[in-house]
Design a protein around this ligand. Structure first.
Ligand SMILES: O=c1[nH]c(=O)c2ncn([C@@H]3O[C@H](COP(=O)(O)OP(=O)(O)OP(=O)(O)O)[C@@H](O)[C@H]3O)c2[nH]1
Ligand SMILES: [Mg+2]
Length: 197
């Protein structure tokens, strides 16, 4: 089976990419398959900048086509935070529980109607000698007052998906992969690649 390399060490993302790419006949490799590569520092101020940084750095190092995902949660009442800092919001790198606790504490006195939020996903596809492609997907919702559901990863237990009437973590992986910011971005990447052919 042909494979595609996703420049991520996030297992939650990796599982979603596996399910999203397998119907296309593609298996997924991640940076967990390349332990010798150093972490790419996410120094950009936007999701797109960070996705391009990760994709272009790893594509250069491996000499092949690479896709990177930079994603996160934007909460309106917090002026768009945690945004690009979603993975490291509580200070400790990649501690989902601490990140959720911090968001819930910051929104403690914010009424339901003002808790609107969106998940964002920028994908960048880089290949040596070719122009990098970037696309962007979102998923609209609001922040719940407490955790609900156990599926997914990251902030999924406190993200209520308006279109489904459920927390993201209450959706099956099939349901999440139909409506998520990541699924929407992959659909756009498909369109761009078809136009380029
Ligand atoms: O509830 C969630 N459902 C999602 O579908 C989702 N997608 C992203 N996120 C959050 O945003 C950070 C990304 O940061 P990020 O793009 O830098 O990824 P990461 O650092 O975890 O891995 P890598 O891909 O950089 O190796 C993640 O850690 C999560 O906290 C999500 N949370
Ligand atoms: Mg990261």
């Amino acid at each position: 089976m042909e494979s595609v390399i996703i420049a991520t060490k996030n297992q939650g993302k990796a599982k979603e990419f596996e399910k999203l790419f397998s119907p296309k006949g593609l298996s997924v490799k991640t940076l967990l398959d390349y332990p010798e590569l150093e972490d790419v520092e996410e120094t950009g101020s936007t999701f797109e900048e960070n996705a391009v940084l990760k994709a272009e750095t790893i594509a250069r190092e491996l000499g092949v086509r690479v896709i990177a995902d930079d994603s996160g949660l934007e909460i309106e009442a917090l002026d768009g935070r945690p945004g690009v800092y979603s993975a490291r919001y509580a200070g400790i790198e990649k501690n989902d529980e601490a990140n959720i606790d911090k968001v819930l504490a910051e929104l403690q006195n914010v009424p339901e109607i003002e808790r609107t939020a969106r998940f964002c996903c920028a994908l960048a596809m880089a290949e040596p000698g070719k122009e990098t492609v970037t696309v962007f997907g979102t998923c609209e919702g609001r922040i719940l007052p407490e955790r609900k559901g156990t599926n997914g990863f990251g902030y999924d237990p406190i993200f209520f998906v308006e279109a489904e009437g459920k927390a993201m973590a209450e959706l099956s992986s099939e349901e999440k992969n139909r409506i998520s910011h990541r699924a929407n971005a992959i659909r756009k990447l498909d369109e761009v690649l078809k136009e380029r052919e």
